[in-house]
Design a protein. Structure first.
Length: 107
């Protein structure tokens, strides 16, 4: 039998008649607001904890792989940018030196 609000109210009224208002209110406050089938047990919480730990472990492994890949991409791109910068700087130095020598030969 499912316990609904009407049944809870009737129980509270009967307890009020038998035990008194304060005692009935105290006893009703100790009952769950839903059926006992909906209350989580320690076993339920332990099972949920194991599942969460397994999922977190799986995510940790996936993140480690992603971080490793990002590091590899970063080092590859940094190397390419460094080569580009060095070649650009050498080209600029050679061009400025050529201008300097050309200007010096005109004077």
């Amino acid at each position: 039998m499912a316990v609904d609000e009407r049944a809870r109210h009737e129980l509270h009224g009967r307890l009020d008649d038998v035990l008194g208002r304060d005692e009935a209110t105290t006893l009703m406050s100790l009952l769950p607001p839903v059926g006992w089938a909906d209350v989580a047990t320690k076993h339920d919480l332990d099972s949920l904890g194991r599942e969460l730990r397994a999922e977190i472990g799986q995510l940790r492994g996936e993140l480690r792989g992603e971080i490793g890949q990002l590091r590899g991409d970063f080092h590859r791109d940094l190397g390419a940018l460094t080569r580009t910068l060095v070649i650009s700087m050498l080209t600029t130095v050679i061009a400025v030196a050529g201008l300097a020598f050309g200007t010096a030969s005109l004077i």
